[in-house]
Every structure is written in C-alpha cells, then in structure tokens.
Design a binder for this molecule. Structure first.
Ligand SMILES: [Mn+2]
Length: 553
C-alpha cells in the first residue's frame, strides 16, 4: 500500500481543495477522505477552504452528504500545542498548599480558578516572593486574612472548639510574649480588627486573651489550656486551638493559611485557544513569560502554554486535492505539512518538507483520479459517494464535452453512474441547471446585465452578451430571450437587438437577434435559424463582433 501514513496517528489529516471551492474540490475532499477512512485511516477528515457554491450545495443535498469541515486556514493555533488539563489551584486554596503544589510539580507558574471553576488569574513565584516581602513591613507584618479552618490546617493544629471557622476575615496575629499589662494594650489597640493570640503555656495571657474577646487563642507547644479557660472561651465564643509546634514556627505557618486569592495576579497575560501561535510566541519570548494560561470563550481554563510547548514541532497535516499551487491553497499552507497531492491542473511552484505522494495527471477532473484509486484498492464507493464523484466529473468536464475530457473521465463516469444508479446526461443537466442563475433571472435582465448600444449612420443597434460554460441553459431560454429582444428593439427603437451567447469552453458564440437579418448575412455569419447566427471562434463583442458589424452597415 503506497499510502504514506500510519493508521495509529491520531493527529487529524485534512483533505482539502482550493480556495473558492468548486464541486470537484469539495467532492474530491469528501470522496478521498471517505476512501482513506474505509481503509482504516479514521483520522482523515474532509475539509474545505471556503463557502460552498450553489451547484455544490445542490449536489450535496441530492446525495444527502454534509459539507466538509470549514477550515479558514491551517495556521498553527495555541490549542494545537498547548498543554491541556493543566494543573491549577483555586482562589480559596492556602498559600501554603499552593507552595507545596508548585514545588511538588516543579511549577514556576500556576493558573487560578474561582469557586465556579472559571479562570481567575495566575500565581507565579514572583507573586509569592511579593507576599513574603510584605511581611517585612512592621505595619502589615502581623496582618492575616484567613479562615480559622485554614489556620488550623496550616499550623497542623488540634481545634478544641471553633466559631465562624470558615469565614475569611482580616485580623492581627498577636504573640503573647510580653507582661500582661503590655499584652492588654496591644489587644485593645487591635480590638476593632480582632486578634489571633498565639502563646505557649502562659495561663494569665491565655485567660486575658479570652477575656478580651480574641477571635482565636492558639496554645503552642502541644499544651492544652485549663478547664476554667476553656469554660470561659466557650461562654465568650472564643475559638481555641492547640498547636504542636513552638510559637515562632506556628506564627510562620499561620501566614501560609492566607488564601490564594490574596496573592494571585488577576491581570496575568492569558490567551484564547484560537490565538495564532506565532503571535503568542513572539509576545512570550519578548516579555520573558514562562507560560500563559489558555482561556476559552466561556471563561474556562482550557490549558496552559509553556515554553516547552513553544518548542513543539507542530504542523497541521493536509492532503491537497484539485490544486497544487500554494497561492490557491488554504491560507497558512506554508505552516502546514502537505502529505499528498491529487490534482489535474498544471504544476505550479511548490515545495515540501519530505518526499510525498504527488499525483498530477492530465485528466478532466480530480475525481477521475480518485475513482481510479477506489478501483485500485478494490473498494466500491458507496452509492452517495459515487453520486458525488460523478457530479464532480460532469461539472468539471461540462457533461463530458469539454476539450479536457479524456477516456479515463468517461470510464470513471460510466462506472460511477452504474453504482449510483444515475443517467449521465440527465444528472449533468440537473447539475448545470442548479448552478445557472440565468434560470432565476427575467429574460430582459439577462440581456441588459451586460448590454451596450451602438449608433452608426442612423442605425441604433443594441448588443447584450452572456458567457456560458454549456449551451443547454441557452436552449431552454431561447424562446423567452427572443421575445425579450423584440420588446427591447421596440422600446429602444433599434434597427437590430442582439444577444451574443458565448460558449467559453468551446470558444464559439451564437448570436440571437431581432430585426434586419440582412445585416447579419452581410457580415458573413451562417444562419442556423431565421433569428440565430453561428459565430465560430468569436468570444469578444468589442474586438470581433462590433468592427465587423459596423463595416457591414
Ligand atoms: Mn477540478
């Protein structure tokens, strides 16, 4: 099997046609992706580089197949390389736990989420350093904003009883290391804010702490207060905790109970998963950021982009169908890895990283090549896919009549028509009828869309022009168009009203006219009908038709 990819690869491979996709581009992406999937390459996905046209929409609707995935570009985005499900902390986690967490996982930066699980900000080692340096300031060094539950946990304490233990409230830490008189002064000084008193086995201080309505009394060194003090504390609703460590250690640990929300940065640089990696990379390298949180539209933390992620050699993988020139390909193709090319156009400038499967053959349609691949691997396309592929061949070859049509296209079409249970000519007409907006316009509008008036020697001549890729539509409209020409001739008081109908595939035109047919015969054009002349090799009204007409008048 010469399909150069392994089945285990989980990264998607997009099969994609050119920009402004036509029916062949869309159907070859769908049909080739389907073939790969049936061969076991389940990560191959059909994609498209633009909006679907009216004809293709008709074809997809006819065979009940959804349009391919819309891929506006194949540039690398943050979500392609970010670390998903990142380690994070929440706003209520204590600084002590955050520190343990960051050390445990060797993190320099950790995203923070709030109670609802939404992204709130990030904590870096710098934030933690700032938190510690705050404690060097005498005026604020004894301030603590934490819950008693948090304090108990931080100091590994044994709570004897707690009141309002989950409320986070700022207060002061007072160490009972002075005589009673001094201690009372300090307690009174901070009476508005409330105090957590930390003291060892000093009964008088313990008692005064309770009497002065401390928020909490922490007795260090593993000591327990007397029953009388406990009794008073219960009565006055003062929480009591016994701490295993000495006073100095307990004070230090106490500060670690501060919740993360007191220290994290809310304005930390974060990005959306859809940001272009190149932009974010430049910003990160420029600013020295170690990483940045990735936040989805709904405010959830989707991942984190680390410096290590920036080094990943990630490229979107694509298979190009129905084109081989970078200028026609989906934007960002230079950042992608092209794995294969299937095409029937001229070879343009194109470079790849590695040798690839590059198939460009002079047939009428890419789907002819894909049909031959199905046959090579002995896999019959399912009828709806056969219908898609046949439609694309009929579209590209103008129902097998364009000069680009080869025997291989005809063979492929016959094979596909058989499987899909379709009649080639009828299907072809339906496809072109669906795409022709001529059928939706009024005949006069068709003529006047590109209409010019010439006045020479008392003659007034009006000439409209339409360009078609097949003449079936014109045949359908011919009677109505002639009626409209007669009306225009009358309204505009014309010698001759004409419509030049150019077949741009065969480079011929027909001229439908109302008025003096002798002018037309003097020009030397054969009449196919009294009001229809054949203009072989004529495509230009200005350069070919008008000069000849003027000389015949
Ligand atoms: Mn094509």
């Amino acid at each position: 099997m010469d399909i150069g990819m392994s089945k285990e690869m989980s990264q998607p491979v997009y099969v994609i046609g050119h920009r402004n996709p036509d029916t062949d581009s869309i159907c070859s992406a769908l049909a080739y992706a389907r073939l790969k999937q049936r061969m076991g390459f389940t990560h191959v996905v059909a994609a498209r580089a633009g909006e679907i046209n009216v004809q293709t929409e008709f074809v997809l609707r006819t065979f009940g197949i959804d349009p391919p995935l819309y891929l506006p570009d194949v540039k690398v985005r943050v979500q392609d390389v970010m670390t998903s499900e990142p380690r994070s902390v929440h706003t209520e986690m204590s600084v002590g736990d955050v520190l343990d967490f960051m050390q445990g996982y060797d993190l320099l930066l950790v995203p923070v989420t709030d109670r609802e699980g939404l992204y709130a900000g990030a904590i870096t080692l710098q934030d933690l350093a700032r938190f510690y340096s705050r404690h060097a300031d005498a005026a604020t060094s004894n301030r603590l904003a934490a819950s008693l539950n948090g304090v108990v946990k931080a100091i590994h304490g044994n709570p004897l009883f707690l009141f309002d233990e989950s409320v986070i409230r700022p207060c002061r830490i007072v160490v009972g290391a002075m005589e009673t008189e001094g201690f009372l002064q300090v307690m009174r000084y901070y009476s508005d804010e409330g105090c957590i008193v930390i003291v060892g086995d000093r009964k008088e201080i313990q008692l005064q702490a309770v009497e002065q309505d401390a928020r909490c009394l922490i007795v260090t060194g593993g000591f327990l207060p007397d029953e009388a003090i406990l009794e008073a504390a219960r009565r006055k609703k003062v929480s009591i905790v016994s701490a295993p460590y000495d006073t100095a250690t307990t004070v230090r640990l106490c500060h670690l109970s501060t919740p993360a929300r007191e220290v994290y940065s809310t304005d930390f640089y974060s990005v959306s998963p859809f940001h272009l990696l190149a932009d974010v990379k430049a910003k990160m390298l420029d600013s020295g950021l170690r990483g940045c949180p990735v936040v989805g539209d709904e405010g959830r933390l989707n991942g984190i982009l680390t410096r290590r992620d920036l080094l990943k050699e990630y490229r979107k993988r694509v298979i190009l169908v129905d084109h081989n020139e970078a200028s026609q390909a989906v934007p960002g193709i230079e950042e992608a890895e092209v794995m294969e090319v299937f095409d029937h156009h001229r070879i343009g400038s194109f470079e790849t990283l590695h040798p690839i499967l590059f198939v460009v053959e002079p047939v009428g349609c890419t789907n002819t090549l894909i049909t031959e691949l199905y046959q090579k691997y002995d896999i019959d396309p399912e009828p709806p896919y056969a219908g898609l592929m046949l439609s694309a061949i009929l579209s590209d070859t103008v129902i097998l009549r364009s000069p680009t049509t080869t025997d291989r296209d005809r063979k492929a079409a016959a094979y596909l028509a058989e499987i899909a249970g379709l009649e080639i000519r009828q299907m072809g007409e339906e496809i072109f009828n669906a795409s022709s907006d001529l059928l939706k316009k009024a005949p006069e509008e068709i003529i006047r869309t590109d209409y010019k008036m010439y006045e020479v020697k008392n003659h007034r001549i009006g000439i409209g022009q339409i360009e078609l890729i097949e003449m079936l539509t014109f045949e359908k409209l011919r009677g109505a168009l002639l009626d409209a020409l007669r009306q225009i001739s009358h309204q505009d008081r014309l010698t001759l009203a004409c419509l030049l109908v150019s077949d741009i595939i065969y480079e011929n035109s027909l001229l439908l006219f109302s008025g003096d047919s002798s002018v037309i015969t003097r020009m030397g054009y054969p009449l196919l009908a009294p009001d229809l002349a054949e203009l072989k090799g004529v495509l230009s009204r200005k350069k070919q038709l008008v000069p000849r007409l003027l000389s015949a008048l």
